[in-house]
Design a protein around this ligand. Structure first.
Ligand code: GDP
Ligand code: IMO
Ligand code: MG
Length: 422
């Protein structure tokens, strides 16, 4: 069974936790898009691991973890992750595979990402990891791939070409001194050498694995509403976070995907700028942020918080063909008198049941809520659905009805064990 895991909101839904749990059932875990903008948290035996590029299944000792061609690789960040895992006595030399076709993030991508943000009137609030500029180079056909780092001649020519053009832009547009050739060339050849033992043809590896009846889990990063096409553009990331990205980002055909599981928080969060119809007012936002520890796993930035938006999640279910959902962080809603679910928006006197494509409408849309009573009790130790407080069961059951999709997991804490399977 080949399975895709996708975020249904604006990222940070708790994908890492569920990917780690479901990794037990598969042979391969594969990242297909994004880069070190992602921060996926896995908590086990009281220890917290945050993965940026390495797939979240890596803690399972017999699993192969792949980074597909659709990912943009910051070699420095990746090497740090590999070394940090080794320090924790987790050795991955024979289990990590990186696509030779994956594009490489270079220092000028990161600086350009940050400079662009300072200049934009409508800031995106990027993670500053160089993601957008690297994908732009890929599409512009001037990108540098993992395989290029293994060929000094090809790399030299490509890097020289890039620097010639980019340094002009840095100097003339951004009043930045630009980048010298030698140190980047030397450093990245070394990174290439270090990573060469992991670099291979992932498309062939995975297609052979499916022929051998092996099971693959595709790990989505970010979320449906950060997808470059279907997200709240331009406040999105630069890759295809939706399930379709799993095919172009790995080289496995759509007919090989059996199932898509969606991950949704019991409320909504967003890091960075952009429309957020159900966003809480500041005081309540601060309360939930602290209760749910809603601070970015990559940048540490405070996450914006709001009520569960069923309009968004319904659209994510449609776009990704999600057949099952995991509802995360239900425990964070403990002790609330009332809980709200957004079921539509109002804009200019009209009712909308879809997330508006028009930016102005998305910014001004007023949520229409269904209210439900909350529950008093702490649910972190509950392991069976029927042991949840009645109002918590009613909330989950209402979500299931509104979304018309099976909820198969409910998460009540950050650890592996804090999970209810329905
Ligand atoms: P991802 O990017 O989707 O993998 O999610 P992140 O790791 O960025 O953010 C999810 C955060 O919530 C992490 O700190 C997790 O440890 C934590 N978490 C996951 N599930 C639960 C849960 O059910 N309850 C609580 N309280 N925390 C959770
Ligand atoms: P995971 O995989 C939440 C957001 C950034 C910004 C926008 C563009 O942990 O869910 P980028 O650096 O990608 O160009 O930034 O996307 N963003 C995320 N938000 N979780 C993520 O990843 C994110 N990756 C990017 O905050 O708004
Ligand atoms: Mg995250």
């Amino acid at each position: 069974m080949n399975l895709v895991i996708v975020g249904t909101q604006w990222g940070d839904e708790g994908k890492g936790k569920i990917i780690d749990i479901l990794s037990k059932e598969v042979n391969y875990i594969v990242r297909y898009q994004g880069g070190s903008n992602a921060g996926h948290t896995v908590v086990t035996n009281g220890k917290e691991y945050i993965f940026h590029l390495i797939p979240s299944g890596i803690l399972h000792k017999d699993k192969i973890c792949c980074i597909g061609n659709g990912v943009v690789v910051d070699p420095q960040a990746l090497i740090k992750e590999i070394k940090d895992l080794a320090k924790a006595h987790i050795y991955i030399d024979r289990r990590l595979k990186i696509s030779s076709l994956a594009h490489v993030i270079l220092p000028y991508h990161k600086v350009l990402d940050q400079l662009r943000e300072t200049r934009r009137t409508n800031k995106i609030g990027t993670t500053g990891r160089g993601i957008g500029p690297c994908y732009a180079d890929k599409i512009n056909r001037c990108g540098i791939r993992m395989v290029d780092l293994l060929n000094p001649g090809v790399f030299k020519e490509k890097l020289k070409d890039n620097l010639k053009e980019k340094n002009e832009i840095f100097k003339k547009v951004y009043r930045h001194v630009g980048f010298g050739f030698s140190s980047i060339y030397k450093d990245y050849l070394n990174y290439g050498k270090y990573l060469s033992k992991y670099t291979c043809n992932i498309a062939i590896l995975l297609n052979k694995a499916t022929q051998d009846k092996k099971d693959i889990l595709f790990e989505g990063a970010q979320g449906t509403f950060l997808d470059i096409d279907f997200g709240s553009y331009p406040f999105v990331t630069s890759s295809s976070a939706t399930a379709g990205g799993a095919c172009v980002g790995t080289g496995l055909s759509p007919v090989k995907i059996d199932k898509v599981v969606g991950i949704a928080k019991a409320y909504t969060t967003r890091v960075g700028e952009g429309p957020f119809p159900t966003e809480f007012p500041p005081v309540f936002a601060k309360f939930i942020r602290e209760k749910g520890n809603e601070f970015g796993a990559t940048t540490g930035r405070p996450r914006r918080c709001g009520w569960f938006d069923s309009v968004m999640v319904k659209e994510a279910i449609l776009l990704n063909s999600i057949s099952e959902l995991a509802i995360m962080k239900l425990d964070v809603l403990d002790g609330l008198k009332t809980i709200k679910i957004c079921i539509a928006y109002k804009y200019k006197g009209k009712l909308f049941k879809e997330f508006p494509d028009d930016l102005e409408a998305a910014k001004s849309a007023k949520p229409v809520y269904k209210e439900m009573p909350g529950w008093e009790r702490t649910i972190n130790k509950v392991r069976r659905y029927q042991d949840l407080p009645l109002n918590a069961q009613r909330y989950i059951s209402r979500l299931q009805d509104v979304l018309n999709t099976k909820i198969s997991m409910v998460s009540v804490g950050s650890s592996r064990e804090d999970t209810i399977f329905i």
